[in-house]
Design a protein around this ligand. Structure first.
Ligand code: ADP
Ligand code: MG
Length: 604
């Protein structure tokens, strides 16, 4: 027999929608806060008990609603934010689906009290699991207060799927934190079982907001970011490469003010940090991305937590470049040594100043007199008792054109500054100067950066050295089988290693950058890496090898360098993609501008 087709009643339809919209207490909080923000509130207070399962109350000082609107607002598909499907193309509000209030009211004990600014009375509406709707006039503050009790009391199956009250409480904390980061101008407060756990200043300052949520330490370890290309804007703060977190939870991404999850942007973050971070881990980030509303579809997820970009690739590229750019900016002094103070750069609006190739290439404003300070390329490359490959490569570069001789960072006026060494401190740090700044360079870190970039650039085809007499290493049977498994990857790295019996390895070639007496240690390092981390993929393995090779062939701390060697090293360093950080994410060069010197000497 054919089953009868019937249109569902409102309450059933609402409960079905609730299945998607109201997944957990945090979803209720998210929807209510979004409504408060859409209503123009700048003060939002959330109170929860038992992880929000028993009690959620969101109070705002927004516009409030008239009695008529309040009655409409709890009906399905009732919204003040769009009028037709075309409006979906240009949404500037957080809500638009018109289903949050009725969905929540259908699966909880719901109470709404709302009052318009110039009305004497407030309207109170109560709904009990989608039924027994009551509406009365009452006293109340301007704005809206919504209380949600006993969530899922009439949907026991749902209630069973709730996590512990601690976990649900944490989800609420996370979602409020993220939304608060998107609106530093709004004061957010969360009380969890009578304890204040979030209290943002609402003063419009994002760093203060970050500090109130993640603490001062995180706020002190940030790099500013502001970038625009192709109609796509990226701004916000990212963590220094040394500040890594165990989860993506520390990454907050907004698109046009909406907190979203997006794998592609996560990937852009990972890739931009790749050359800065040797090991796994997730960078800290609060990124606000702006795109033309016509180029995104925000109506692809019932909780509005995902969006679809018209051109994902374009967004990826802009985000990636924004991050790489910011990571390449210098570490500056400004009283707090080693702290990133990138705002300084933004103030002067000369972000072009620290682009990847700070000198050479440019071609303009070459100051011929600068050349006289320095000897000819030949004289730099010659001599050098100490083996110093940087100098040799410099020599090759320098034969190309006079431009390449010039070590310069374009300053604000697009002029050219030279950086030249003054001396070495403790055989570890090079002190150098330009006309407008003082530089402190960690010689090991700097050379590591140089070597690393060189190795990366020679990718695919790492120059190798063949041994006349192979090297034999003792190994465990596990190590031997790992080698068998990764033989191909090893080959690509320039390491020809194969089993020679159950516990012996034969090495016939190594990357040219690995010194002979370091061969064994080098192989062991990779083996350890493999045995500790069986799942390491070839790309990561390669990365590790590059770090190792760069680190081990680099000039050591404690090595005495003459001025020419220092000069050659600086030249090479400035030619790298990231002259200010070593591959491990530590600083290799710190810049203290004359402006900062003035400040230090209290001359401003
Ligand atoms: P949506 O936000 O998608 O429009 P909701 O069900 O969340 O749908 O809300 C329905 C309507 O109720 C909103 O469009 C808005 O007009 C009104 N509303 C909800 N919450 C508030 C609030 N806190 N302050 C003022 N108006 C509100
Ligand atoms: Mg809404």
């Amino acid at each position: 027999m054919e089953a009868e087709v019937k249109v569902l009643d409102q309450n059933t339809a609402n409960q079905i929608a609730a299945g998607e919209v109201v997944e957990k207490p945090a979803s209720v909080v998210k929807e209510l806060i979004e409504n408060s923000l859409d209503a123009g509130a700048d003060n939002i207070e959330v109170t929860i008990y038992e992880g929000g399962t028993e009690y959620i109350r969101v109070v705002d000082n927004g516009s409030g609603m008239s009695k008529d609107n309040a009655n409409l607002s709890v009906l399905r598909h009732a919204t003040s934010k769009i009028r037709n499907a075309e409006d979906l193309q240009s949404i500037h509000s957080l809500g638009f689906r018109g289903e949050a209030l009725p969905s929540i009211a259908s699966v909880a004990k719901f109470e709404l009290v709302t009052r318009l600014h110039d009305e004497e009375f407030a309207t109170a509406i109560t709904i009990n699991g989608g039924t027994d709707t009551e509406c009365i006039a009452t006293g109340g503050n301007v704005g809206t207060a919504i209380t949600v009790r006993d969530l899922f009391f009439n949907v026991p199956a749902r209630r069973k799927f709730l996590r512990t009250v601690n976990t649900e409480g944490r989800y609420i904390n996370e979602i409020i934190s993220k939304i608060a980061l998107s609106r530093p101008d709004v004061h957010f407060r969360l009380l969890n079982n009578d304890k204040e756990v979030i209290n943002t200043p609402g003063n419009g300052n994002l760093v203060d907001t970050i500090a109130s949520i993640y603490g001062k330490n995180v706020a002190n370890d940030l790099i500013t970011l502001k970038y625009e290309d192709n109609g796509i804007g990226v701004s916000g703060y990212i963590g220094k490469p040394t500040m890594l977190k165990g989860t993506r939870q520390w990454q907050t991404i907004f698109v046009n003010g909406r907190t979203i999850n997006n794998r592609m942007i996560g990937k852009a973050l990972d890739h931009a940090y790749r050359s800065q971070i040797p090991k796994g881990g997730f960078p800290f980030a609060v990124l606000a991305i702006t795109v033309d509303t016509a180029n995104i579809d925000i109506n692809v997820h019932p909780q509005k937590s995902e969006i679809k970009f018209g051109d994902e690739g374009a967004v990826y590229r802009v985000v990636y470049h924004a991050l790489s750019d910011a990571l390449t900016k210098p570490l500056m002094g400004s009283g707090d040594m080693g702290k990133y103070v990138a705002e300084h750069i933004d103030d002067t609006d000369n972000s072009a100043m620290y682009t990847k190739r700070p000198f050479g290439g440019g071609g303009n404003n070459y100051q011929a007199n600068q050349q006289q300070i320095w000897k000819t390329p030949e004289s730099i490359a010659e001599n050098n008792g100490i083996e110093f490959s940087a100098a040799q490569r410099t020599d090759e570069n320098m034969n190309l054109s006079p431009m390449e001789n010039n070590i310069a960072i374009q300053d604000v006026n697009n002029g050219v500054d030279n950086i030249w060494p003054l001396g070495q401190i403790d055989r570890v740090f090079i002190v150098a100067q330009s006309e407008t700044a003082l530089y402190l360079i960690d010689q090991h870190a700097a050379h590591e950066r140089v070597m690393y970039d060189k190795l990366v650039n020679s990718h695919q085809n790492i120059p190798t050295q063949q041994f006349l007499i192979p090297l034999y290493l003792d190994a465990t049977p596990q190590e031997v089988s790992s080698i068998e498994e990764y033989r191909k990857e090893f080959m690509q790295l320039g390491v020809d290693v194969e089993p020679s019996g159950e516990t012996i390895l034969r090495v016939s070639s190594l990357p040219a950058d690995i010194k002979n007496d370091e061969a064994e240690e080098f192989i062991r390092e990779i083996l350890t890496l493999l045995s500790e981390n069986k799942k390491i993929n070839p790309a990561d393995l390669r990365e590790e090898v590059l770090h190792y090779a760069a680190c081990h062939s680099a000039i050591r701390a404690g090595e005495l360098l003459n001025i020419r060697q220092m000069r050659a090293l600086i030249l090479e360093l400035l030619n790298t993609e990231h002259p200010f950080t070593c591959p491990h994410g530590r600083p290799c060069m710190i810049e203290i501008t004359s402006e900062e010197l003035y400040k230090m000497f209290k001359r401003t």
